[in-house]
Design a protein around this ligand. Structure first.
Ligand code: CDT
Length: 301
């Protein structure tokens, strides 16, 4: 048995006025609870350190960059890395990344249990739009503030497992999981910020949005025989509701832990990485069963 006790650290809302320090204090409380409960890996949501700022239309580049981190760790997050190391718990969280040469990405990092960053992913599927859109009930300006990730969908061997990362909208795209599946992924960790309502279709309620989120992650877990941990930032951010629905999914596609609230809430599950082996050697033995001669269209358009 190769077990990782995983803490899915759902976070409640981050308001626009909240400082990084206030938010990190909540992340520290979740980390301490996770350590008490035996977790060796804690996963936080997308854009964990700030509000979901792409809902706001901003023109001033300096004001935009206020939401980004140009170093990781930095002064505000160092206590989180220090505590993770002290408790010997690996952590993963999302944040807006500003690179030294001025590129903007929606990123997620993973540390080892000594608090060293061992992996970074940059979100590839950026939803929404780049200019103000009158037709929407609210804005979703990820295409304005971020460039598509430039690192592909790598996997990393760490914690005696093959681990990959996705961010939010990526979780709806089977290709993203399959590229990692082809590299033997056993655990996909991802965070999300999903509005509870559809800005372009008020008839689509939260129930359907939760269903689509879960459907995407459970199907992908089964079809790639991998664990999937999906962690929300939820609740009302300055009048804009985000859905919860954080889940831990096993390699058979079953939900083994599920959030009950839209606030800070820790889900804990002992995940055996060996559970992913049977599916990979049988029905989803890609080398034996895939028919790539018929898949060309997927990458040619
Ligand atoms: N953050 C993020 O990617 N949210 C999207 C909302 C899509 S609606 C423009 C998601 O797929 O959950």
């Amino acid at each position: 048995m190769r077990k990782i006790v995983i803490g899915a650290a759902q976070m409640g809302p981050n308001q626009k006025a909240d400082s990084r320090e206030t938010i990190v204090a909540r992340m520290l409380a979740l980390l301490e609870e996770a350590a008490r409960k035996g977790c060796t890996l804690v996963v936080y949501p997308e854009l964990a350190l700030t509000t979901f700022f792409p809902r706001w239309y901003i023109e001033d580049p300096a004001e935009i960059d206020r939401w980004f981190e140009s170093e990781m760790p930095n002064a505000a997050t160092q206590p989180l890395f220090d505590k993770a190391r002290e408790l010997q718990v690996a952590i993963s969280f999302g944040y807006a990344e500003l690179t030294a040469d001025g590129h903007h990405f929606n990123s997620q990092i993973l540390t080892d249990r000594d608090g060293n960053i061992v992996a970074k992913y940059r979100k590839i599927h950026l939803p929404g739009h780049s200019e103000w859109d009158d037709e929407r009930a609210f804005q979703h300006l990820e295409k304005r503030y971020f460039e598509p990730g430039d690192l592909g969908f790598p996997v990393w061997r760490t914690q005696d497992a093959v681990i990959g990362m996705l961010i939010c909208n990526d979780r709806r795209w089977p290709e993203a999981y399959r590229v990692m599946g082809l590299q033997g992924v056993e655990l996909v960790i991802l965070g999300y910020n999903t509005p509870s309502v559809n800005s372009q279709n008020s008839a689509e309620g939260e129930e359907q949005r939760l269903y689509h989120s879960e459907l995407s992650m459970t199907a992908a877990a089964y079809q790639n025989s991998t664990w999937v941990v999906g962690v929300a930032k939820a609740g009302d951010e300055d009048g804009h509701p985000l859905m919860g629905g954080s889940i831990i999914v096993d390699p058979n596609g079953y939900v083994v832990a599920r959030a009950k609230t839209d606030g800070d809430e820790l889900l804990v599950h002992e995940c055996d990485m060996d559970l992913s082996v049977f599916g990979k050697e049988t029905i989803f033995d890609f080398a034996r069963h895939r028919r790539i001669e018929h898949y060309g269209l997927i990458t040619s358009q």
